[in-house]
Design a protein around this ligand. Structure first.
Ligand code: COA
Length: 170
């Protein structure tokens, strides 16, 4: 992922000093409530450390979100490839530490990623996969221009709502 800048945020490549914060974010039951629950800290640490070692040049993936005013890492956002009902999709994902919710940050980060995906990467279609009870996430999807498209059952049996940019083939 490249560096993306918004008025209040910086989305930049992973650094070793981000690992502990990102492990804590992904282990938080409140943050992961609608995303399959807390992740195993050791596994997240391993994944992040592998990523640091390989210096991936993948144009998709996650990147830390830094609050410019404080310099703090407050989230992990990105674009990820996913199979949804047998179709290869690009999913827009936004995850913020709970103390940074309610400030419009997710919308700001998601807008930058949307512009990067549709503009520079020219992805044919961009979606968000959202737990039907995750009202604030659905609102963020709508604020960046997505609309509810359909409900899908994911492997493992969880229900998710697919939001997609209108005008992109469904
Ligand atoms: C979902 C999440 C990213 C939203 O982040 P955020 O920075 O608080 O989002 P924003 O401030 O940009 O926008 C949130 C919107 O939801 C609205 N909202 C929040 N809680 C709500 C509720 N209970 N009911 C209705 N609307 C709600 C806010 O009012 C705001 O909309 P508005 O600007 O029209 O008022 C954040 O809560 C998060 O990281 N949650 C955990 C991870 C997660 O679930 N990610 C999404 C995976 S699909």
């Amino acid at each position: 992922m490249p560096r993306l800048e918004t008025p209040r945020l910086l989305l930049r490549p992973l650094q070793a000093s981000d690992v502990a914060v990102l492990v804590a974010i992904w282990a938080d039951p409140d943050v992961t409530r609608y995303m399959g629950g807390p992740r195993d800290g050791e596994k997240v640490r391993q994944t992040l450390e592998d990523e640091l070692r390989t210096h991936s040049t993948d144009r998709f993936g996650f990147c830390p979100v830094v609050e410019k005013a404080s310099g703090r890492v407050i989230g992990d956002c990105g674009l990820t490839k996913k199979d949804v009902d047998g179709r290869a999709e690009i999913e827009l994902v936004y995850v913020l530490a709970a103390d940074s919710w309610g400030k419009g940050y997710a919308t700001e980060a998601a807008s930058a990623l949307r512009d990067y995906a549709l503009g520079r990467l020219k992805v044919p279609r961009l979606i968000a996969l959202i737990d039907p009870e995750n009202v604030s996430s659905a609102r963020v999807a709508e604020k960046v221009g997505m609309q509810f498209e359909k409900a899908v059952v994911r492997p493992g049996g969880t229900l998710r709502h697919v939001y997609a940019m209108p005008g992109m083939a469904s």
